[in-house]
Design a protein around this ligand. Structure first.
Ligand SMILES: Cc1cc2nc3c(=O)[nH]c(=O)nc-3n(C[C@H](O)[C@H](O)[C@H](O)COP(=O)(O)OP(=O)(O)OC[C@H]3O[C@@H](n4cnc5c(N)ncnc54)[C@H](O)[C@@H]3O)c2cc1C
Length: 405
């Protein structure tokens, strides 16, 4: 990617349209949705009507024909409205659709990606299990081949969109003793006998996003719904999570930006200009928070742009060197950790500056405090991402890091 980080005119127009649409059509309903925890059916339909459920996919697969940078723009703007929506759209677009786009064959893209990207159907991504969170390779859901189908047994937990999704990407193992080499990925349709969602999680934040258990009991999946090769599901999961790490952190980034705008507005109104020099601590804090947001934003789009290129290479079956794969993983993990922690820090700082007003129920700041923190947990906790980065740096050295790839 060139060092000029400016957005193209088309990207700026895309952002303007997204921003105006979200402000006009989605923001007015957000308080109600968070209060009642109703599934935002109408809002999601409106989002789909704009094509936003398939921003980064080619038009021939039902998408808008944009790339990862535009998808990050959507996520950043959604984060300024409500992180529940970045979670719902992220699980659908960045995880489920992306799995079919990057690893599906033409029949699967035609049958599943098209309606998903058009927003006619909703997707979810089922990797996590009660005994397999950070260590996804320890998953126990089994997939036994019988004739021309696989029989799935087991359960998943904490699956975003799990109860509402029409299509779930499910990871299961043919033999737990094989570790990650036994894992395959499957496309599972809602209504398949033996597949049922369980209870919804009662969460501290993102309350307008549904997070569900999934159960599989002798659930027969046709062999044509195997995604990629048998026993190669773990690389599918890791590759998808690399992409998801960068794009999902654009949500908390947007949240931090909105929080900071509120604080600047508050300071302008509450501190007379002639008194500003007496508030050195406040001025320093504003300077630090603004600097951190700016650094996070550069990082987000820099990594987003290179992940966009990488996604296209995988989807078009181009050769991926081990070095490129490891660099993408390292950068995605770095960006996710940095951006989400900046976001939590900025929101905390903004609450300290504004004080009691931010403690009102459903004030944007109070809600963001609970919502945005999720960025530090899903897509691999930040400590797991630190492991990815630190281990890779020790293994491959740091020289590559300064090349700004
Ligand atoms: C709201 C929400 C939505 C989610 N949506 C989805 C979804 O759509 N699909 C999906 O598959 N999953 C989803 N998840 C699950 C999420 O990805 C997992 O919670 C996450 O991977 C962490 O797993 P865990 O919670 O089991 O933590 P654990 O693995 O139990 O880890 C607990 C702590 O130990 C640390 N730790 C664990 N192992 C190590 C290690 N080897 N070295 C150092 N530290 C370690 C972790 O960093 C963490 O701090 C969601 C979770 C939430 C909360």
């Amino acid at each position: 990617m060139p060092l000029d980080f400016t957005f193209s005119e088309e990207q700026q127009l895309f952002r303007k349209n997204v921003k105006e649409f979200l402000k006009r059509e989605i923001e007015p309903g957000v308080d109600h949705i968070n209060r009642t925890e109703e599934w935002p059916e109408e809002e999601l339909k409106k989002i789909a009507s704009q094509g936003y459920m398939g921003v980064p996919f080619p038009k021939k697969y039902g998408g808008m024909g944009y790339g990862e940078v535009e998808y990050d723009i959507l996520m950043e703007e959604l984060g300024k409205i409500d992180i529940s929506f970045t979670t719902t759209v992220g699980a659908h677009c960045g995880l489920a659709c992306q799995s079919v786009y990057m690893f599906g064959n033409e029949e699967q893209r035609e049958k599943y990606l098209k309606p998903l990207a058009r927003g006619e159907k909703l997707g979810a991504f089922g990797l996590t299990e009660p005994e397999a969170g950070s260590d996804a390779a320890a998953l126990k859901t089994s997939a036994v081949k019988k004739g021309n189908h696989y029989v799935l047994n087991g359960s998943k937990q904490f699956i975003s969109n799990g109860d509402m999704a029409d299509v779930v990407i499910v990871f299961a193992t043919s033999d737990p003793s094989l570790g990650h080499r036994g894992i395959s990925a499957f496309i599972v349709e809602k209504g398949t006998p033996g597949f049922s969602p369980g209870k919804l999680e009662d969460k501290m934040g993102i309350r307008a996003s549904h997070t569900a258990e999934l159960f599989f009991e002798d659930c027969e999946i046709p062999e044509e719904n195997l995604l990629g090769q048998e026993g190669r599901g773990y690389p599918v999961a890791l590759t998808i999570l690399d992409g998801g790490r960068a794009s999902l952190s654009a949500g908390p980034l947007g949240s931090a930006e909105r929080a900071f705008e509120l604080v600047v507005d508050h300071v302008r109104k509450s501190v007379p200009p002639e008194k500003l020099m007496e508030r050195e601590g406040l001025i320093f804090e504003l300077s630090d928070l603004a600097t951190q947001i700016k650094a996070a934003r550069y990082f987000c789009y820099h990594v987003g742009a290179s992940i966009g290129e990488y996604i296209e290479m995988v989807a078009n079956h181009q050769e991926i060197t081990k070095e490129l794969r490891e660099t993408i993983s390292r950068n995605a993990a770095m960006a996710k950790t940095f951006i989400t922690e900046v976001s939590s820090h900025v929101i905390d700082g903004c609450i300290q500056i504004i004080g009691e007003e931010s403690y009102r129920e459903l004030s944007y700041l109070g809600k963001s405090f609970n919502d945005s923190f999720i960025g530090e947990i899903y897509e691999g906790t930040n400590d797991i991402n630190r492991l990815v980065v630190g281990m890779d740096i020790v293994k491959r050295g740091i020289e590559d890091e300064w090349r700004l790839r």
